[in-house]
Ligand binder design. Structure first.
Ligand SMILES: Cc1ncc(COP(=O)(O)O)c(C=O)c1O
Length: 411
């Protein structure tokens, strides 16, 4: 079995236990060189010519979207031709939610889970306002993978169900194929936010019967702060794909400069404006670290890491019963993503005290301490060092230090 952290050498990591790769992934070494080359050579010297292929250079910017899609596709279990890359997660979600609702014009309801990341809820609500639909809430994945939660709200008036695969607070995970099957029984579309999944586990969208999906690339895919998101649309839906923004890059012949909009075929319709070349170049280089890695290997390493940390948390909760450490991540392997979270009355101070000790996790309102395990660069030794620091913080109650009370703008 592959040892967790087996590609750590490919990352430029400082001497920290970095357990926040589910918020911002670490920097792959190749990215800095690639971005410098794109800026200095391709843009600086190649100028406008770099949109096309310049012999001896990695330019050809016009193909970057497709090149990134080719690298992402195996991590999603789909064909590259069905993947678009370039907008933010929120914008992609808006596009696919509108497009999905338009594929079920006789239905009035959009369903979203209460455990979702807030942007998903805002997007679904704004699409409902725009298209005069109704929002219906369902519970999160819970302990059973979410089928019961979905069955409680599904009926034949539901156009689309938009779910976040892995709960960003607790790490609990929807059973994607089972939930998609329940949604399809009512003729609705299943849309997935994979921000906390891709790069840490198989998602196998095509085999699981998903319809639409989006996800970011700055967490487990390590493409840098604000890097472009991807969107996937099942092939059988693409003929009806009618996204809300028709930009020139989504035109079948953008350089014909015609005023009538003739959409590209397939997911190319999701293209809007000029692609973000610097960010896509960083993404392309970042995805190189997954070369030769299978999603099964990622999952196996992730489960070793989360399983070990979870056991440490259980041990510490028993050792310090007054501390009220309450695990919120499912213990069952197949029900959790690649993070471990627990509640603590002083979770904010606790996370700050850990950071001061070189263990970087993060805090989620109101009382959750959250630790992400990026399988490519996190080691079992990191897990043990984090647990030792946590024991020391609980024992000393360092979390109550007033120095840790003041909150940063980004927590
Ligand atoms: C599940 C999930 N969806 C969406 C987002 C954010 O979307 P965007 O990339 O548009 O900022 C996040 C950010 O952490 C997230 O965790």
């Amino acid at each position: 079995m592959t040892a967790p952290g087996w590609r750590r050498d490919l990352f430029a990591l400082p001497d920290l236990v970095y357990l926040d790769g589910n918020s911002l992934g670490a920097l792959p070494r190749t990215v800095a060189d690639r971005v410098a080359a794109v800026v200095e050579d391709e843009w600086g010297r190649g100028l406008i010519g770099s949109w096309n292929h310049v012999p001896g250079s990695s330019s050809g910017w016009i193909d970057l979207v497709d090149r990134c899609a080719r690298l992402l596709a195996p991590l999603l279990g789909v064909d590259a031709a069905d993947v678009h890359v370039g907008e933010s997660t929120s914008q992609s979600l808006f596009a696919t939610t509108v497009a999905g609702a338009r594929m079920r014009p006789d239905r009035r309801v959009l369903v979203v889970d209460r455990s979702t990341f807030p942007t998903d809820a805002y997007v679904v609500s704004s699409v409902a306002r725009l298209l005069d639909l109704e929002v219906r809430w369902c519970e999160g994945p819970g302990d059973d993978g979410g089928v019961a939660a979905l069955e409680a709200v599904l009926d034949d008036d539901v156009a689309l169900v938009s779910l976040t695969h892995v709960d960003f607070r607790t790490g609990a995970m929807f059973d994607l194929p089972a939930v998609a099957a329940a949604i399809h029984q009512h003729g609705a579309l299943a849309q997935w936010d994979l921000c906390h999944s891709t790069g840490a586990m198989p998602v196998d969208l095509a085999a699981a019967g998903a319809d639409l999906a989006v996800g970011c690339t700055y967490k487990y895919l390590n493409a840098g702060p604000g890097s472009p998101a991807y969107a996937w649309v099942a092939p059988h839906l693409q003929a009806d794909l009618d996204p809300p923004v028709a930009g020139w890059m989504g035109h079948a012949s953008p350089f014909a400069m015609r005023l009538d909009h003739e959409p590209r075929t397939g997911v190319g319709r999701l293209r809007v404006g000029t692609p973000p070349v610097l960010a896509l170049s960083a993404l392309e280089a970042a995805l190189g670290v997954f070369s030769g890695v299978t999603t099964a290997e990622l999952r196996a390493a992730s489960l070793q890491l989360t399983g070990r940390f979870l056991a440490h948390v259980d041990t510490l909760a028993a050792r310090f019963p007054d501390e009220q450490v309450a695990l919120v991540t499912p213990r069952a392997h197949h029900r959790r993503g690649s993070q471990v979270s627990f509640r603590h009355p002083h979770a904010y101070g606790l996370v700050q005290a850990l950071i001061a000790r070189g263990v970087v996790g993060d805090f989620r309102d109101p009382d959750i301490a959250r630790f992400g395990f990026a399988p490519l660069y996190t080691t079992l030794d990191d897990v043990d060092r984090a647990a030792a620091a946590l024991a020391e913080v609980l024992e000393s109650r360092a979390y109550a230090d007033p120095a840790y009370a003041e909150r940063n703008a980004v927590t």
